[in-house]
Design a binder for this molecule. Structure first.
Ligand code: ARG
Length: 855
């Protein structure tokens, strides 16, 4: 309110100024009379990183509106002409009708019309014939007003440069507009016109910046007729809604329009200056359009000689800006680590995100009793930053609006009373833009966050490695959910890290932040929200969705572009994929991909029996491994052996992406079968094994033969080095199996046929399992080898009831597939089956020739 009054007074106080200038260098050229004065605002007198413009300082700035709303900027170049950008008016290749547009002149803030402000209808919109899209240039338009603008203190034309005009590289020019003040953040009420000082960048300097991959790995080729302005370091720029507006440079007391806001990559990003349509090259086109209109735009001659001077330095060197955030001066230094000391509670760990803002969990400051607001004694709060002699005082606390009910938004920003100098020790951490994609296998650290306690041991910032998005999303996401592709914000981030091995030991309070490194720069990638118990499960809330909120509150946090775009040769991560079925106990049978080094079989366990032999085991639930009874318990032996289970091993070494885990077996359970010796044994582990890429339960096949699945026998070739190998097999139809073995097989036996050359890939004394990959990409356990046989397996399905009763969390998939069991009697078998010579293949071949097969 008071601001408007002031504005009005300022404008009313303005008196008309003399029309001509004292400066002879600026007078119109003799051969071309100029009757229009241009480029002179009243002597009294965003854009990203800009500030409010003073009333009357940019009297040529206009707002181009459609249905009463601001769409683009423009500049008054003559009483009846406005210059703007073509892309404001061309939608899907067609020019929008002039009647839809109106031009608002003489306004500073858009919420009220002030003295001298007026509106004009548009009579015609003219766009160069060769305009097609912004990146291809010629992004300019001329609008002919239905009636001339009323020139006055608040409405004056800008000067246009001649084709020969050279603007000095490095010149400080100004861009103005009512566009967004950050990416995806509109200019707030009362929409005061923003101005920002931008430096003209030489063509080479700009091309050099745009030749380096930026957001989305994009590079860009500048074209003639384009001009760049801004800073290698970014932070000051035009943005959405500024298009069509002017970039003006002052020369000898007049303002010339050097450029028209055209486009950019994001707004204010590092090494991505704004791209403008250069006006000078379009002198001829502009003159042509305005022919016969009096007075037309003014093209004053340049006041100094373009042949000499600083404006065209030849080899302009290329100044690339490096990230200002996330740099540790030495390894193992964390210059953004902040501790907020609130009297009466434990220090709260957060991170410095700009000169004056610290990000920390809101839960540190939310008073559970007085939930209406944070504690009032903020004067007594202190923030400790690395290498600062004294603690900082806190000026303000801004809680995230969802902080109290959404764990992923448990965030607060604290403003320091005095900003710190970033050139030295405290440095902010980088924050990811919403589209940031942290590559699988990124090197990360888990740092203290909130009221966490240091981890036991020498390294309180646990080393971690990011797991594939598919694996993480499907482990914690819903079945059938589609995995967010790179460029879409992920729902979860999963780091793999060495778990605290000492049984039962874990930190009593495990809030952690996830810091990930790209090209030596650290990003705050996520936060965990575990309020009790061990640091499990391994899921973090991505921070990238909060980037806009943090920029909005701080106005200057360091959101940094992705620095590593190496998606690997197959680009496998870029495919859209959906999650395989989950059971009621969550995800099972997910094999981490891509398996870079070695093959990962996260459910494959080594079962070491009393130190003398090793059997194959399969993790079926966090605390249970299934194995073949004959391998674990020696026939005739009555004592329960000492058994240890290892997961996450590939032979003698731990898996590259995972971590080795070992557990003692505290009990061995067998099903009760009358007569028959039980074939499957369940081993109960001393403690649970939490999901990780190297230890994840498999799904269990409920019965029948999985249809459309591909199956393998998984074992090892050499019982000494135990490097996992998989041999491809087909499971035979029950009748085939029955006939092949002349009906001597006990019920619940599966027979397999090895693919060519795969027979002797695995040795059999360790009792390898039979696994299938279903069409929906879950791995299911279908059987365990029978003693001494390569081809016969005890089916899992018939033991479903026993397994489910013993192991509450066993992952049985819903029934599907072919019924297992052969028909009663064997009279359907071909007569010579038993005497079939040679291999089972030969027998099967024989069988296939008989006309008895039915569908
Ligand atoms: N194309 C935008 C508009 O229509 C202007 C974007 C300018 N962006 C930049 N980063 N300089 O308003």
């Amino acid at each position: 309110m008071s601001q408007h009054l002031l504005l009005l007074l300022v404008i009313l106080a303005i008196s008309p100024i003399p029309g001509d200038s004292q400066d002879s260098a600026l007078s119109p050229t003799p051969e071309e009379p100029e009757d229009l004065d241009c480029g002179r605002p009243e002597p009294s007198a965003r854009i990203v990183g800009g500030s409010d413009a003073q009333p009357g300082s940019w009297p040529w700035q206009v707002s181009l509106q459609q249905s009463g709303g601001h769409i683009c900027g423009g500049s008054l170049v003559a009483p009846s002409w406005v210059l703007s950008a073509a892309h404001c008016f061309v939608k899907n290749g067609t020019l929008e009708p002039a009647t839809e547009w109106s031009v608002l002149l003489g306004v500073r803030s858009q919420d009220g019309l002030l003295d001298g402000a007026h509106v004009r209808a548009v009579a015609a919109i003219l766009v160069p014939d060769n305009y097609s899209s912004v990146e291809l240039g010629a992004d300019l338009a001329l609008l002919r007003l239905a009636s001339p603008a009323q020139l006055g203190p608040a409405v004056r034309p800008v000067c246009l440069p001649r084709a020969s005009h050279r603007f000095a590289h490095g010149a400080a020019c100004w861009a103005t507009g009512w566009g967004d003040i950050q990416e995806a953040e509109h200019l707030p009420l009362p929409w005061v016109l923003q101005e920002v000082e931008l430096r003209l960048l030489g063509e080479d300097a700009c091309q050099c910046l745009y030749s380096r991959p930026g957001p989305f790995n994009l590079t860009f080729q500048l074209l003639p007729g384009m001009l760049c302005a801004g800073y290698p370091g970014g932070r000051r720029d035009t943005c959405q809604g500024d298009s069509g507006g002017p970039l003006v440079c002052e020369e000898g007391g007049r303002w010339f329009q050097a450029g028209i806001t055209s486009f950019g990559f994001g707004c204010g990003r590092r090494n991505r200056p704004g791209v403008f349509t250069a006006v000078a090259p379009y002198e001829a086109w502009i003159r042509e359009q305005v022919i016969g209109s009096e007075p037309g735009p003014a093209f004053p001659t340049q006041s100094w000689e373009p042949q000499s001077g600083p404006w065209e330095p030849r080899d302009e060197n290329c100044t690339i800006a490096l990230p200002e955030c996330g740099k540790a001066p030495r390894p193992e230094t964390w210059p953004w680590e902040a501790q907020v000391m609130v009297p009466g509670s434990r220090p709260c760990h957060g991170a410095l995100v700009s000169e004056s803002w610290v990000l920390a969990p809101a839960s540190c400051f939310l008073d559970p009793i007085n939930s209406d607001g944070p504690p009032r004694d903020r004067d007594n709060w202190r923030v400790l930053l690395p290498s600062r002699p004294r603690a900082e005082l806190v000026a303000r606390l801004v809680l995230h609006e969802n902080a109290s009910w959404d764990d992923a938004s448990d965030l607060a920003l604290l403003q320091l009373r005095a900003p710190v100098n970033l050139s030295t020790a405290p440095r902010p951490v980088c924050l990811p833009h919403p589209e940031h994609y942290f590559l699988p296998r990124s090197r990360c650290r888990l740092a203290l966050w909130g009221r966490g306690e240091p981890a036991p041991g020498p390294n309180s910032r646990l080393e971690a490695e990011l797991l594939s998005g598919w694996w993480c999303h499907c482990l914690y996401g819903r079945q059938g959910a589609s995995v967010p592709p790179p460029g879409d914000a992920p729902h979860a981030l999963c780091p793999a890290y060495q778990e605290e091995e000492e049984a039962g030991r874990c930190w009593n309070y495990s809030h952690r932040s996830l810091l990930c490194q790209e090209e030596g720069t650290w990003f705050l990638a996520g936060i965990s929200d575990l309020s009790s118990g061990c640091l499990r499960p391994r899921v973090f809330h991505p921070l990238q969705t909060h980037g806009p909120w943090i920029s909005h509150v701080t106005g200057g946090a360091y959101l940094e572009d992705q620095l590593n775009w190496d998606w690997g040769p197959e680009g496998e991560e870029t495919e859209t994929r959906t999650c395989p079925p989950h059971t009621e106990h969550g995800a099972c049978g997910l094999r981490p991909e891509p398996a870079v080094m070695g093959v990962l079989w996260p459910w494959l366990a080594e079962v070491h029996v009393a130190g003398d032999r090793v059997c194959t085991g399969i993790l079926v639930a966090p605390g249970w491994v299934l194995a073949a009874t004959h391998c674990v318990l020696r026939p005739g032996s009555t004592t329960v052996p000492y058994v240890e289970v290892y997961l996450g091993r590939a032979g003698d070494s731990p898996l590259p992406q995972g971590h080795q885990v070992s557990r003692l077996v505290i009990s061995i359970r067998l099903p009760r079968h009358l007569g028959l010796r039980p074939r499957l044994a369940l081993l109960e582990l001393s403690s649970r094994v939490e999901p990780s890429p190297s230890a994840l339960p498999i799904c269990l096949h409920p019965g029948g033969i999985p249809v459309g699945a591909s199956c393998w026998v998984l074992g090892w070739k050499d019982p000494r080095d135990r490097v996992p190998v998989a041999a491809a097999v087909s499971i035979l139809m029950p009748r085939l199996c029955h006939c092949l073995y002349q009906g001597i097989l006990p019920p619940g036996t599966l027979c397999v046929l090895y693919s060519e050359g795969q027979e002797d890939r695995c040795e059999v004394t360790s009792a390898p399992p039979l696994l299938c990959l279903t069409k929906r990409r879950s791995w299911v356990l279908t059987g365990m080898a029978l003693p001494g046989s390569r081809e016969l397996f005890a089916a899992i399905g018939p033991e479903e009831a026993w397994i489910s009763q013993t192991v509450g969390e066993a992952h049985f998939l819903p029934p599907s597939g072919y019924p297992h069991w052969p028909p009663e009697g064997s009279d359907l078998c071909p007569p010579d089956m038993a005497s079939a010579p040679g291999s089972p293949q030969a027998a099967v071949f024989l069988l296939l020739l008989t006309p008895l097969m039915q569908g």
